[in-house]
Design a protein around this ligand. Structure first.
Ligand code: SF4
Ligand code: SF4
Length: 381
C-alpha cells in the first residue's frame, strides 16, 4: 500500500474484527485488523509525518465512552513508531479552552507522554484556508501538513445526525469554533454533508480505525449510554466505513444527513468478521427537513424544529453552551453571571453544539410535535 493509492481511487474496503474489550483482547484484535486490511504497512508509513486524530470531544473518562479509548491510541502509536513514522497526536475538542482537562480525563495526555509523542492542539498551531466546491473553511496546520492522517473515531449515536464516526471525526480537522461557524453557515443537513466531502477532499490521505469496542447509544455524542458493540473497523474511505456501520447498527444511511446520496459512490466492500447489532438506540434525526427546498424549509422550520432543552436541575451554569453556540442563541437572563442559560428560539439553528459540550448532560435535543408526527408518518426509525 502506498499513501497515493489511498486517494486515487480511495479503497472502499471496510475491514471488521471482533474485539471483546480493552484488556488482553485488544492487542491481538488490533494486529489482525491491520494485517487483514493491509492498512498502515511499514513501507507505507516509514519516514512519513503521521498525524493521529482521536475523538476528543470533551473532558470525559474512557469509561464514559465519549472519546476514543486511550488503549486504542496507544496501540496505534506503537505500531506507527515501530514502522518508522514520525508521529504526532492532535485534535480540536469542542471545549477547546479546557484542553488540559480533556487530555487528563480522557487518558490521552498520559498515553502521549508515556509513548513519547507530542500532542498538538489545533487551535494553537495555525490553519490553512481552503476553498472547495463553493465552501470556505480552514484546516488545522498539523493536519494539512501531515503526509497521512490516522483517524480514530469513536462510534456513537448523535442527536442531530444519528451516527457519528469516521466522517465526523475528520470534521475535527477544522480548528475550534470554526466548526460552530460552519454549522451557522450551512444549517441545512445536506449542505453540511457536501461540506464534509469537501473537507475530506482537501485532507492528506486518511486511514480510519474505528473504536467500536464500547460505543455510545441514546443521547450521543456526549450524553448517551455506553454500550458494548464488540468490534474494531478500518477503512481508507470514511464514508464507506460509516455506511458499513449503518448496516451493522441497523441505521438507514439515508437517515444520516452527511451520507445522503453517497450509498453508491462509497458503497462499502465488507471484509472480515460478521457483526450485527440490532438493538443500537439512536435519537430520531431531523433529516426530513433537508428534503425541502430552501424557501419552503424556512417556513417549515417554524413548526419542524429540533432545539435544545436545558434541565435546570442538572445545570451548573458553567457557560460552556453559551460559548459553543455559533449564533448566540443562548443567553443569561438579565446578563446575570451565574444564571441558567435560556434559549432565543428564533435564533437557534438546531446544530446541537451546546448539547455536545455540556459537562452535566443537562441539554437534550428535542423535536417539535409536528416533526415527530412527520417522522412517525414516514416510518423513520
Ligand atoms: S446547560 Fe450545561 S453547558 Fe450550559 S451552563 Fe448548564 S451545565 Fe453548563
Ligand atoms: S442553542 Fe444549541 S442547538 Fe441552538 S444554535 Fe445554539 S448551539 Fe446550536
Amino acid at each position: 500500500m502506498s499513501t497515493d493509492i489511498l486517494r486515487n481511487p480511495p479503497a472502499r474496503t471496510v475491514q471488521i474484527v471482533r474485539c471483546a474489550g480493552y484488556d488482553d483482547a485488544l492487542a491481538p484484535a488490533f494486529a489482525r485488523l491491520l494485517d487483514e486490511s493491509a492498512l498502515l504497512e511499514p513501507q507505507a508509513v516509514a519516514g512519513r509525518r503521521v498525524l493521529v486524530k482521536p475523538n476528543l470531544l470533551t473532558d470525559r473518562t474512557p469509561e464514559q465512552a465519549v472519546t476514543t479509548h486511550p488503549a486504542v491510541l496507544r496501540l496505534v502509536i506503537r505500531h506507527l513508531k515501530s514502522a518508522g513514522a514520525r508521529v504526532a497526536v492532535g485534535d480540536s475538542p469542542a471545549s477547546a479552552a479546557n484542553i488540559r482537562a480533556v487530555l487528563e480525563r480522557t487518558g490521552v495526555g498520559a498515553v502521549c507522554e508515556e509513548e513519547g509523542v507530542p500532542f498538538v492542539s489545533f487551535e494553537r498551531e495555525g490553519a490553512r484556508a481552503c476553498s472547495v466546491d463553493g465552501f470556505e473553511f480552514a484546516v488545522a496546520g498539523p493536519v494539512a501538513e501531515a503526509d497521512l492522517v490516522v483517524s480514530l473515531p469513536k462510534v456513537k449515536s448523535h442527536a442531530l445526525t444519528k451516527l457519528t464516526a469516521a466522517v465526523k471525526n475528520l470534521y475535527g480537522a477544522v480548528p475550534g469554533y470554526g466548526k460552530t461557524t460552519l454549522h451557522r453557515l450551512y444549517p441545512k443537513p445536506d449542505d453540511f454533508g457536501r461540506l464534509m466531502q469537501a473537507i475530506w477532499r482537501v485532507l492528506p490521505p486518511t486511514v480510519s480505525l474505528a473504536d467500536a469496542v464500547v460505543g455510545m447509544e441514546g443521547q450521543g455524542p456526549a450524553n448517551g449510554r455506553p454500550v458494548r458493540l464488540g468490534f474494531l473497523a478500518a477503512s481508507a474511505d470514511p464514508f464507506a466505513l460509516d455506511i458499513a456501520l449503518c448496516g451493522i447498527l441497523h441505521i438507514k444511511p439515508t437517515s444520516v444527513p452527511y451520507l445522503k446520496g453517497l450509498a453508491d459512490l462509497h458503497a462499502p466492500e465488507l471484509s472480515g468478521e460478521l457483526v450485527d447489532v440490532s438493538s443500537f438506540e439512536v435519537p430520531v434525526g431531523s433529516h426530513l427537513l433537508s428534503l425541502l427546498p430552501a424557501g419552503l424549509m424556512r417556513v417549515a422550520a417554524k413548526v419542524l424544529w429540533v432545539r435544545p432543552r436545558i434541565d435546570a436541575a442538572r445545570c451548573i451554569s458553567c457557560g460552556r453552551c453559551l460559548a459553543a453556540c455559533p449564533v448566540h442563541a443562548l443567553l443569561r437572563p438579565d446578563n446575570k453571571a451565574h444564571a441558567i442559560p435560556v434559549l432565543r428560539r428564533r435564533a437557534c439553528v438546531g446544530c446541537a453544539c451546546c448539547h455536545e459540550v455540556c459537562p452535566q448532560g443537562a441539554i437534550r435535543m428535542v423535536q417539535s410535535p409536528a416533526l415527530r408526527l412527520v417522522h412517525a408518518f414516514h416510518g423513520v426509525d
